[in-house]
Design a protein around this ligand. Structure first.
Ligand SMILES: *[C@@H]1O[C@H](CO)[C@@H](O)[C@H](O)[C@H]1NC(C)=O
Ligand SMILES: *[C@@H]1O[C@H](CO)[C@@H](O)[C@H](O)[C@H]1NC(C)=O
Length: 411
């Protein structure tokens, strides 16, 4: 099903070299990783190249970069380079002012020997090309290029390169998700992990809805509701999906715990930068020490509570991929019932849209899903209703919302 496309350069072993021009711009105290050999010489963006003024998106990006660029420890990480082989795709996806209107944004690094993450990313990108009208931007934070990502096979893919973290910073690789938000130059975006798979066309409305919800008046990223309830105040709830989260000087939660698939618009860039800078510098933000906050998901939740954010998406991803044939297509309610409830925000369980599979790590099993989805007998029949809440499937979120007007999440 996935074509075994192996371009000529794949045979070269994909050796990557330090980009000399970039290396000289690094300060001595930070040893940011080397760039991939396919990176162009001149960055698309760098601390010197982010100009204030003009549009609100340029102003927001400039505000976000200001903090990161003031500091010799963070500034080397704010350069991003187009992959030389993706120039044509770049010109289709990005406007002449250097911005994409909307995009899915993924971050990745692969090992020299290949490995599973390149294959997973290939399948994510394939699913986006099948089911979405939006482009996908992959920001590579490793020295090796994911050889599966071909500009010709994937015309709406743009591959960018940036330096990986110095191991001395002791940062989880996943904080590159926040860097990718600031480097991709999309006005509206959603962060996707490599182990996700888009399974139908309706998810495209997520980016449209993001543009409606995240505005000058409400600037925070939005995350989908997690199946876990991590709110310490619910410690006596006795629910199976309760897993307490605590941090030093932890702010009081303002929402149910969210999953690390933020969507955002350019209005969110300063927020992302504030918390990324604090984390990279190991300092407090709003009185919350970030040192012990281990992962991107933890930081995003704590940061959103700390700044008083209130908006969540309903769940839009399901663990694994078997839900396609076990739940979505047979329209068979998923377990448990109620679906991952909590006593405070979702006593009847959380609504879910079957838009993405998440966390399936076996590429061969993902191929089973892609084969399942391309079966012509399925394509030619009425698509299944993708929204589910309280034992009922709905064709649209509007219908679901009519049945349950008081939901604490939206889509
Ligand atoms: C959603 O966004 C796409 C791409 O920006 C656009 O073409 C489409 O018209 C939008 N759809 C709606 C319903 O707003
Ligand atoms: C969930 O569905 C059941 C059965 O139809 C109904 O009795 C119950 O009121 C619903 N829950 C909510 C919160 O509406």
């Amino acid at each position: 099903m996935i074509k075994a496309f192996r371009p000529a350069w794949a045979a070269l072993g994909l050796l990557c070299f330090t980009n000399e021009a970039g290396a000289t711009s690094l300060r001595r105290d930070v040893k940011a990783g080397s760039l991939c050999e396919f990176a162009e010489k001149e960055p698309l963006l760098s601390c010197k190249k982010v100009a204030a003024g003009g549009s609100s998106w340029n102003a927001n990006l400039h505000e976000a970069w200001h903090q990161l660029c003031q500091d010799s420890q963070t500034s080397p990480y704010m350069e991003v380079f187009l992959d030389k082989r993706f120039k044509e795709n770049y010109h289709h996806v990005y406007k002449s002012d250097g911005w994409a209107d909307s995009a899915w944004v993924n971050y990745v690094a692969v090992k020299k020997s290949g490995g599973v993450f390149g294959k997973l990313t290939e399948r994510l990108v394939e699913s986006i090309h099948r089911f979405s009208q939006h482009p996908i931007i992959v920001v590579n934070f490793g020295q090796e290029a994911p050889e599966e990502l071909s500009p010709r096979r994937f015309p709406r893919l743009v591959l960018l390169h940036a330096r990986g973290f110095d191991p001395a910073l002791r940062l989880s690789f996943n904080f590159n998700k926040l860097r990718a938000i600031l480097l991709a130059q999309a006005k509206v975006g959603a962060s996707l992990d490599s182990d996700m798979l888009l399974v139908g066309p309706q998810a495209d409305q997520l980016l449209n809805r993001t543009a409606e919800e995240i505005t000058e008046k409400y600037r925070f990223p939005m995350m989908p509701t997690h199946f876990l309830d991590r709110d310490l105040r619910d410690k006596n709830s006795g629910k199976g999906n309760f897993l307490p989260y605590s941090c030093k000087n932890c702010p009081e939660p303002t929402m149910r715990w969210g999953q690390a698939q933020p969507t955002w618009t350019h209005w969110s860039f300063p927020f992302v930068s504030r918390w990324l800078t604090a984390k990279m510098k190991g300092r407090s933000q709003n009185g919350v020490p970030t040192d012990d906050i281990a992962e991107d998901e933890d930081l995003l939740n704590v940061a959103l509570w700390s700044e008083g954010a209130t908006k969540s998406w309903c769940a839009f991803q399901t663990g694994g991929i078997n839900f396609l044939w076990e739940n979505l297509y047979p329209q068979h309610p998923p377990g448990p019932y109620p679906y991952y409830e909590d006593p405070r925000y979702f006593p009847a369980g959380i609504p879910v849209a079957f838009w993405f599979g998440h966390a399936e790590k076996d590429p061969a099993h993902i191929d089973n899903a892609l084969t399942f989805l391309s079966d012509s007998s399925r394509i030619n029949t009425q698509p299944p209703k993708p929204f589910y809440h309280n034992m009922t499937f709905f064709a649209s979120f509007k219908e679901l919302k009519q049945a349950y007007p008081d939901l604490k999440c939206t889509l």
